[in-house]
Design a protein around this ligand. Sequence first.
Ligand SMILES: [Cu+2]
Length: 116
Amino acid sequence: MNKLTSIATALLIFIGTTSFAQAKTETIKVSGNCDMCEKNIETAAKKAGASTAKWDEETKILTVSYDEASTTNDAIQQKIAAAGYDTEKYAGSEKAYKKLNKCCQYANKRKAEDVK
Ligand SMILES: [Cu+2]
């Protein structure tokens, strides 16, 4: 019985530690316009260390969750910008942007969105 109690305690501590290290969830506005953009944006976010990334084509909102010990919101935005997409804080890399598929070159929308 005692052994069982210590196993249960160890398990509880393990679960406790795991949930403490749980990801933080945030939303970031990212410019883009199609499914391919979604894939690129989500891939970049994950490369930067996000555990989950979901970009919404309608709202242009990227929902990311990440462990604060392994990455930051800034690092994620920089990685996305490096892939050619404007985030709310960083302008997308011009060089990477030009390499994007035609349908992903959202230049007109880029300007239009700035007006809003
Ligand atoms: Cu696209």
